[in-house]
Design a protein around this ligand. Structure first.
Ligand code: A3P
Length: 352
């Protein structure tokens, strides 16, 4: 097994956000700016606990038979996780239904944004059924610890940019998928998820204020373009599959076949029919193994159906949110960021 040389200390600079940014966080989010830091040469916005957890994350040892998935949040990563898991496990729909995706295919960096101990305690004292209590208990340990103890195939997702994730992933020869989506739809989808998971902080925040935070790279794992460019740069590597959400939406069978080939698996017509049914948004939304309803049952996430985790599943939903002025501003932002890169957005336009 290829072993990565472990870092003794965290190799990236961690800085506080600047005064102008602090003022924005206070004004628009009414939040404590000391919770946010900038990390590394690309100045990714991360939660301050990365100074305690980042080193352990970076030193996590990937294995050759792991399957990894990277992607900025709200880029279709959940459905792609489920595709990878099911195809790798020969369409074991029963096995998939028995355990929530979060535990079958953990988000290795979730300790940066979820307090696992608190989730477990909430579960223990809530009037929820035993099944949900068991799910809650499994969040207690950071996933990288549980994954270290795991034998057999491991499936691991990371929302962190590739450069802040374990370098061993690209050294051991395991399979890696990067998911991307058009930033306009990512913007809308993320707005809803913040209201779902942080209902108190985000309840009254307008789309305009949210966009101001996003364009100033004050949301987790921004700058968005840097995140995607890191995945894009790996797209021709032998063990990497780069997927656009939009391509899957337009041709789900094509993506399923692509994933099967990537994992050295074969899918019959019948398999494809079953998978297509499984991934229909109306079925997926109801599927408790993937829809994160346990967070609602635990009282951690909002019950408001407008902000569901598996939400609309559309291309171009942004059109209902953007005013013409905002659209012009976002187009300008896209154009500026595409200037010095060969990155192509999913609508296949390098310039909008
Ligand atoms: P919307 O909020 O635009 O609906 P992620 O899993 O990376 O967080 O991405 C979430 C986005 O993928 C959400 O987008 C969600 O609805 C969409 N999605 C999840 N499952 C889907 C499916 N089976 N088909 C289409 N879109 C899906």
């Amino acid at each position: 097994m290829v072993k990565t040389e472990h870092f003794k200390t965290y190799p990236f600079q961690i800085n506080t956000i600047d005064e102008k940014e602090k003022a924005l966080v206070r004004k628009l989010l009414n939040a404590d700016p000391s919770e946010y830091v900038r990390v590394g040469p690309k100045k990714y916005l991360e939660t301050a606990n990365i100074s305690q957890l980042g080193l352990e994350l970076l030193n996590f040892q990937a294995r050759k038979d792991d399957v990894w998935l990277f992607g900025y949040q709200r880029s279709g990563t959940t459905m792609t996780q489920e595709m990878l898991w099911l195809i790798k496990n020969d369409l074991d729909f029963e096995g998939a239904a028995k355990e929530v995706l979060d535990h079958r295919f953990p988000v290795i960096d979730n300790s940066l944004f979820l307090d696992g101990k608190e989730i477990k305690e909430i579960g223990d004292r809530s009037h929820v059924n035993e099944e949900v209590k068991i799910i809650a208990r499994k969040y207690e340990k950071p996933y990288w610890q549980a994954l270290n103890e795991m034998t057999g195939n491991r499936f691991i997702k990371a929302h962190l940019p590739i450069s802040l994730s374990p370098p061993s992933v690209f050294e051991v020869g395991c399979k890696v998928v990067y998911c991307a989506r058009h930033p306009k739809d990512v913007l809308v989808s993320l707005f809803h998820i913040l209201k779902l998971f942080k209902p108190k902080e985000w309840e009254d925040i307008s789309f305009e204020s949210y966009w101001t935070l996003f364009k100033n790279n004050l949301l987790w794992n921004t700058p968005w373009f840097e995140h995607v460019k890191e995945g894009w740069a790996k797209r021709n590597d032998k063990n990497v599959l780069f997927l656009y959400y939009e391509d899957t939406k337009k041709d789900i069978r094509g993506t399923l076949i692509k994933i099967a080939n990537f994992l050295d698996k074969k899918l019959s017509d019948n398999d494809l029919n079953k998978l297509e049914e499984h991934f229909k948004i109306e079925n997926f939304r109801k599927n408790k193994s993937v829809n994160n309803d346990h967070f609602i049952e635990l009282g951690i996430a909002s019950k408001n159906k407008e902000h569901q985790f598996i939400r609309k599943g559309e291309i171009g939903g942004w059109k209902k949110y953007f005013t013409p002025e905002l659209n012009a501003e976002v187009d300008k932002w896209i154009q500026e960021n595409l200037k010095d890169t060969d990155l192509v957005l999913p609508d296949r336009k390098s310039v909008v």
